[in-house]
Design a binder for this molecule. Structure first.
Ligand code: SAH
Ligand code: SF4
Ligand code: F3S
Length: 478
């Protein structure tokens, strides 16, 4: 095992005043055809940041001549892009690594790569070194651009290697991308996170918050428009703080949205917004620009002020509800969704009731709900907990009942209405039915034809369910 660099959470916590460096990626011309006649498979866990990274890694793999397979038994290269946000996510990966051990015995030349946020954790790397020695490459989130070099090294030298750097991070432009969709694209606008919510590992695994220069983003979106893309989703852990790191320049997320909206891409989405920097200017842009979608994912995490304070979220329940109010005033049909954690170490039943009350008042149309999972290296992992596992699960259950009611109410308002659906492909559950999403991000099953795939079509909603809508295409009379 060639251990070049191991993760270091202490170092990953550091934030210096060093300016952010942008580098332009260039592939190494001496490495070619590593994968001719070979097959690969990528498994992606976690958030959209990982999905976007997987599209880069996939492009690098395709450049070497590998072809894609969906069967692990056929793969000569398996890359697992991991998520460290909760223990359950990590257990899934360790389970998969365990299963792949026997496959590696049958096919010793198969190359197994662990990439993503788990690689940035000291504990993961130690566990791989002791129990999962069949892993060939451990690659961190900051050195993705080096992946082809590592692959070449491992394939030629027949060695295993670990390279994970815990730096604050550089921005790489001109990275290759093999996008999974022909009409929907992820566009990173920033990397990293400086919020340090006390429960969260992301600031350690993704480094310092750093915004991409607007010129590069605009150029990327212009190219997507030319290629016929219908929808872009702007990505960042906290898109509202976009540009705050530009020195001597006053260019905000709202300004970026205005500039991108001018490029006439039919749909712009963004995720995620931290409530603390959601400006009125931003609300205005969403309200006024037709191609900026009226769906806002606005993680609240808790409705209790003492818990929010312990979480280091930097807003109160009242401030959050006031923001939601201002959004509904200017965008009356806005669909707001959220993330909520239950069972945070200090959360009492009364705190939990504050969360339930906030959910009722905010009229969320959806929420990702989680039981708190301690993450080694974060401040909250050291807090003494007063919540039993059973209590946390009970809270999650009660919360989900309420949240599901919000999903249903959010769908009911579209009954008999005509909505615009970007048709993505055949529905996963029914034959001869296609599915796609509305402007408000509602899943719709439509009886249309293959010809509508990749297009935005008007659909009349005929049936409403909790998780989806059914509809029929309507002729436009224009
Ligand atoms: N940057 C995004 C969220 C990234 S993580 C934001 O702040 O909105 C996605 C979600 O996972 C978080 O919103 C939070 O609800 C949840 N999460 C993060 N750390 C967690 C932990 N330790 N235990 C349980 N849920 C967690
Ligand atoms: Fe984690 Fe908070 Fe940053 Fe989101 S804003 S990634 S929850 S630290
Ligand atoms: Fe998971 Fe990393 Fe995203 S921890 S949620 S994949 S930033």
């Amino acid at each position: 095992m060639d251990i070049r660099n191991k993760p270091d959470l202490k170092q990953a916590r550091r934030r210096s005043k060093q300016p952010i460096i942008t580098k332009e990626y260039q592939s190494n011309p001496t490495i070619q055809n590593l994968g001719v006649g070979k097959k690969f498979l990528i498994q992606t866990h976690g958030c959209q940041a990982n999905e976007a990274d997987s599209e880069i890694l996939k492009a690098m793999i395709l450049e070497q001549g590998f072809t894609q397979t969906d069967k692990v038994e056929d793969a000569d290269l398996i890359l697992i892009n991991t998520c460290a946000v909760r223990e359950t996510a990590e257990n899934k990966v360790f389970g998969e690594l365990g299963r792949l051990k026997s496959l590696k015995k049958i096919n010793p030349d198969m190359i197994l790569v662990v990439a993503g946020c788990m690689s940035q954790e000291e504990a993961t790397v130690e566990r791989i070194l002791t129990k999962y020695k069949h892993v060939d490459i451990v690659l961190g989130t900051h050195n993705i651009p080096e992946f082809t070099n590592y692959l070449n090294y491992v394939m030629v030298e027949k060695k295993k290697m670990i390279e994970v750097v815990s730096e604050e991070g550089t921005i790489f432009e001109h990275l290759p991308k093999a996008r999974d969709s022909r009409f929907k694209a992820w566009v990173n606008i920033m990397y990293g996170c400086d919020e340090f919510c006390t429960y969260c590992i992301v600031p350690y695994t993704r480094g310092k918050e750093r915004s991409r220069r607007k010129e590069y983003i605009i150029k990327e979106v212009k190219t997507l428009v030319e290629m016929g893309y219908q929808e872009i989703t702007l990505l960042g852990q906290n898109v509202n703080s976009y540009g705050l790191d530009f020195e001597g320049e006053d260019y905000s997320f709202a300004d970026l949205l205005r500039d991108l909206s001018d490029l006439k891409i039919p749909r712009i989405r963004f995720t995620t917004s931290h409530p603390k920097d959601f400006s009125d200017d931003l609300i205005d842009v969403i309200a006024l620009r037709e191609n900026v979608m009226p769906h806002i994912h606005l993680p609240v995490q808790s409705g209790s002020n003492p818990v929010l304070k312990k979480m280091n979220r930097k807003y109160t329940k009242e401030q959050y509800l006031d923001l939601v109010d201002r959004i509904y005033k200017k965008i009356p049909d806005a669909s707001i969704t959220t993330d909520i954690i239950v069972g945070f170490p200090t959360e009492t039943e009364a705190d939990f009731q504050e969360t339930m009350d906030l959910v009722r008042q905010a009229k969320f149309e959806g929420a990702y709900t989680f039981v708190y999972s301690p993450r080694k290296g974060t401040p909250a992992a050291k807090y003494e907990t007063t919540v039993t596992n059973q209590e946390a699960k009970g809270r999650l259950y009660r919360l989900n009942e309420l949240v599901n009611e919000g999903y249903l109410q959010g769908n009911i308002r579209f009954k008999d209405k005509i909505v615009k659906v970007l048709v993505e492909g055949l529905s996963k559950t029914k034959d001869n039915v296609f599915s796609g999403y509305t402007e408000h991000n509602k899943l719709v099953n439509v009886k249309c034809t293959e010809a509508s795939v990749g297009k935005i079509i008007p659909v009349k909603i005929t049936k409403v369910k909790t998780w989806s809508l059914d509809g029929e295409p309507v002729e436009e009379n224009k």
